[in-house]
Design a protein around this ligand. Structure first.
Ligand SMILES: CC(C)(COP(=O)(O)OP(=O)(O)OC[C@H]1O[C@@H](n2cnc3c(N)ncnc32)[C@H](O)[C@@H]1OP(=O)(O)O)[C@@H](O)C(=O)NCCC(=O)NCCS
Length: 146
């Protein structure tokens, strides 16, 4: 089941973030965003009462930016990110969003493959975007025409 992220999910979301990212959002930051930022769109995938993945995106006018999408290591390669991305893209269509943007490390092959499968195109490269890791990022765009 995909449902809106709640404040009470912060611990589980943080756990997945912590496995996945070198610089995860702090729990405090996450809760602050959940409480306050009406532009954020945040959903979790729950299986048997357990949070196994989530996405956080920002929606302003007719554009969306994906900040994070991540899946618990034990649940990866089971199309959970695909279901989350489908959910996001369908919500975007309902809301009349025309462009979905994101940045992804040029070394993150799993994520690049995922986004490419969903018709995101590389628009440019941002040198040293992940400064602490010394990694570049691709700037990717999914246009919605239908
Ligand atoms: C990237 C990530 C979200 C994919 O989640 P997932 O649920 O395992 O992905 P799916 O099962 O839906 O896979 C969809 C497609 O993504 C690609 N993919 C997923 N995992 C992959 C891997 N380990 N290696 C190569 N390609 C991969 C494949 O194209 C796959 O399609 P296929 O199964 O037909 O080959 C997951 O690996 C993850 O959480 N990584 C850490 C966090 C992260 O890097 N997030 C993205 C940047 S914000």
């Amino acid at each position: 089941m995909i449902r809106k992220m709640l404040k009470s999910d912060a611990d589980f979301v943080y756990e997945i973030e912590n496995q996945a990212f070198f610089e995860p959002w702090s729990k405090k930051h996450l809760i602050k965003e959940l409480e306050g930022n009406s532009f954020l769109s945040h959903y979790v995938m729950e299986i048997d009462g357990k949070i196994v993945g989530f996405y956080i995106a920002s929606h302003v006018l007719d554009e969306v930016e994906i900040f994070t999408i991540a899946v618990d290591k034990d649940y990866q390669k089971r199309k959970i990110a695909s279901q989350l991305l489908n959910h996001l893209i369908n919500s975007c269509k309902d809301l009349g969003v025309k462009k979905i943007w994101l940045e992804v490390s040029t070394k993150n092959i799993a994520a690049i493959n995922l986004y490419t499968k969903f018709d995101f195109k590389i628009m440019g490269i941002r040198k040293n975007y992940y400064q602490k890791l010394g990694e570049d990022a691709y700037n990717m765009l999914r246009e919605i025409n239908d």
